[in-house]
Structure formats: C-alpha cells, structure tokens
Design a protein around this ligand. Structure first.
Ligand code: KG4
Ligand code: ZN
Length: 342
C-alpha cells in the first residue's frame, strides 16, 4: 500500500512516499523530498507566516509531481494520502490540507489528517520497528517539550512538559543573544563541537524538582547574564563563542536526558524515544546513550534527518493508523492549536 505524505505545518515543504503492508506492519520509505524555507526566513530572525504559506503554495505541487516521477508512480498507484493538519501555522497548514483534499477528490484517493507531533513521535519506526509498548517519548521541537507515554498507536498521555519555553526555543533565543542566525539549534550545535562546556556555568533548570516538567526561559536569561558579565557578545572571541555554545548544549541535554530517564523508571516503561528537531542534536544523543545504558533504558532515536520536519514521518503515521484500524474522522480541518491527547 503506497501512502503519499504531505507536510507544510511550518517552514519546510515536504513530501514522501511510504510503501507498507498493513498485515505485517512493515514497509519501506520509497522516496522523500524536503524544501527548507530557512534562508528566506533567516533575515527576519524567525518564521514569517504569510511568507511561509506563499512558499508552500509554490513548492508543493511541483514537489508532488517530482516525487511521483522519481518513484515512477502515477496517481492511480497511490492508495492513501496522509497530510499534517495541525498543530502549526494556519495558512501553512491550509496549503497542505487543501492540496491533499483536492488531489484526493480528483484521483479518488482517501485522505487522512495527521497530528504533526504524532508524526515526530512515531518517526523512529521509519528506521525499523517501533519499540514495544508502552514506551516514553520525549518530544523536543521549536514549539514543544513534552514527555509522552505511548500505550498504543493513538493512545498518548502527556506526563510532563515545559512550563514556559520549549527546548528548541531556548536554543533559538540563546543563539539570538549570541548574534547567531535563525534557527539557533544547528548553529549552536556546530559551534559547540570545539567548545569547553565548563567555562561558563549555566543552571540545570528544574532538574532537582521531583516532577517531570521542564522550564527553559530561565536558562536563556542565564545565558544573557553570562554574556553580559563576560563583557558583552562583541567582546567574545571564537573560543568564547564555542565554550558558551557547549555550555548551553550541556545544560539542555543534561536536563532533558535525566528527566526522560526518570520518566521511564517512574512509568515502568524502560523504552525511550526522542523525537523532534532538537533530537538531531549530537550532544543530546550521546548524553542519552551513555546514561540510558547505565540505567537499563532502551533508546530509540530517529535518523537525524527524520528528527527535523519531514513528510516521511507523516506518511508513516498515516500507515500506522491504517495498521491500527484508526480511520479518518468524517469531518476534519486544519487545526493550528491541537493538543496531542485530545
Ligand atoms: O521539529 P522541528 O524541525 O520544527 C518544529 O516542529 O518546531 O524543530 C525545530 C527546532 C528549532 O528550534 C531548531 O533550533 C531545533 O529544532 N534544532 C536543533 C538542532 N536542529 C534543529 N536544536 C539543537 N541541535 C540541533 N542539531
Ligand atoms: Zn516539527
């Protein structure tokens, strides 16, 4: 069964074709394409919603034509369309959902809406099989930092979350304080490679609180004061930039990893998935592997290219719904705010 996945919730236009067998739950990704708008938005320091919608509108039809050509498939060989219907930017979501609906009507293909974060949390399945249920997922993106207990496909319970900024937002805002372009996460990750994480002392917010929640706005403020106390960003040489980047990575990674492992132990579910853009971070991945092994927690990480926004995860989530017998609701629409558990 061939599933066309479409993702346009934010600043990446993405399409993918997944070929799976619902009887076995197995399949393979045939092709995927991602067109990033990052360069367009970087000069504004963040995503401009109107600009994002217009770019999706131009890119999406051509990308679908191109992926069909790449896989040598025609529309009548596509069995199903899975499209991100939320959460995200309203205009951007509407481009994807309207296109999917129109294509579905014209070619007589069923269309199913997919929750963007569900796509992220199932993404490790693209590299093989999903972990055994129940498992814990840490969802860390630009807008989300949540610990989710997954009992089966479609059954998600948020057991911890950020009280203020998301981890990705903390990277992006800290990067901005350091004069780095948007998005800040990859910029900080690149700099941190040659950095000494111990030179600047940054806090580990909420680590010692006996709960599964996070808070990252104070960390960004701590970065601001650390920069100020060292004479301002103009006084920073390249090594200081690297050391500050390493300190930020170390702080975010330690808090995320320790709390995620705590969640696995508390929930008696020693299987952990980390997904979302921040899960592409190598320091986070290393910290996680080291600590999880010591604590007897099994780790499942998507390939870094399937951590950031993509359509392979959307096609795969659509496939998993089919395997689980979850059908699309009779009525659905683009939903910019949509809790995972509703
Ligand atoms: O999942 P995603 O691509 O988009 C959202 O749905 O938000 O996540 C984007 C976020 C941004 O905040 C970006 O700075 C962060 O993920 N990010 C990273 C890395 N790559 C992307 N953060 C840290 N290290 C990375 N390598
Ligand atoms: Zn995302």
């Amino acid at each position: 069964m061939k599933i066309l996945g479409i993702e346009t919730s934010c600043d990446e236009t993405a399409v993918a074709i997944y070929d799976g067998d619902p009887a076995t739950g197995r399949g393979e990704l045939l092709a995927e394409q991602v067109a990033s708008q990052i360069e367009t938005h970087a000069r504004f320091g963040g995503v401009v919603p109107e600009v994002a919608s217009r770019e999706h509108l131009v890119a999406l039809p051509a990308m679908v034509t191109s992926i069909l050509a790449e896989t040598e498939l025609s529309w009548n060989q596509i069995d199903h369309i899975a499209v991100t219907s939320g959460p995200g930017l309203m205009g951007a979501l509407l481009v994807g959902t309207s296109y999917a609906r129109a294509a579905g009507l014209v070619h007589n293909i069923p269309v199913a809406p997919v929750h963007h974060m569900e796509g992220h949390l199932l993404a490790p399945g693209l590299a093989g099989l999903l972990p055994e249920f129940p498992f814990i997922t840490l969802l860390v993106s630009g807008g989300h930092t949540q610990l989710v207990r997954v009992d089966r496909i479609g059954s998600y319970r948020v057991i911890g979350q950020t009280l203020d900024d998301a981890a990705g937002e903390c990277f992006d805002k800290s990067a901005r304080l350091m004069g780095l372009p948007y998005p800040g996460g990859p910029e900080i990750a690149m700099l941190a490679k040659g950095g000494d994480a111990k030179r600047f002392k940054l806090p580990r917010p909420m680590l010692n609180k006996d709960n599964l929640d996070f808070s990252f706005s104070g960390l960004k403020t701590a970065v601001m004061y650390a920069v100020k106390n060292a004479g301002g960003i103009d006084a920073f040489d390249q090594q200081m930039m690297k050391d500050m980047a390493a300190a930020i990575e170390a702080s975010v990674s330690e808090v995320l990893v320790k709390k995620s492992i705590r969640a696995c132990i508390r929930e008696d579910a020693p299987r952990l998935v980390i997904a979302g853009g921040v899960a592409a971070n190598h320091t986070l991945r290393h910290t996680l592997f080291n600590l999880a092994e010591k604590k007897g927690v099994e780790v499942h990480l998507p390939h870094p290219k399937h951590c950031t926004d993509n359509a392979a995860m959307i096609a795969y989530a659509g496939f998993q719904h089919l395997c689980a017998g979850i059908s699309a609701p009779d009525e659905w629409d683009a939903t910019p705010r949509w809790p995972l558990t509703a």
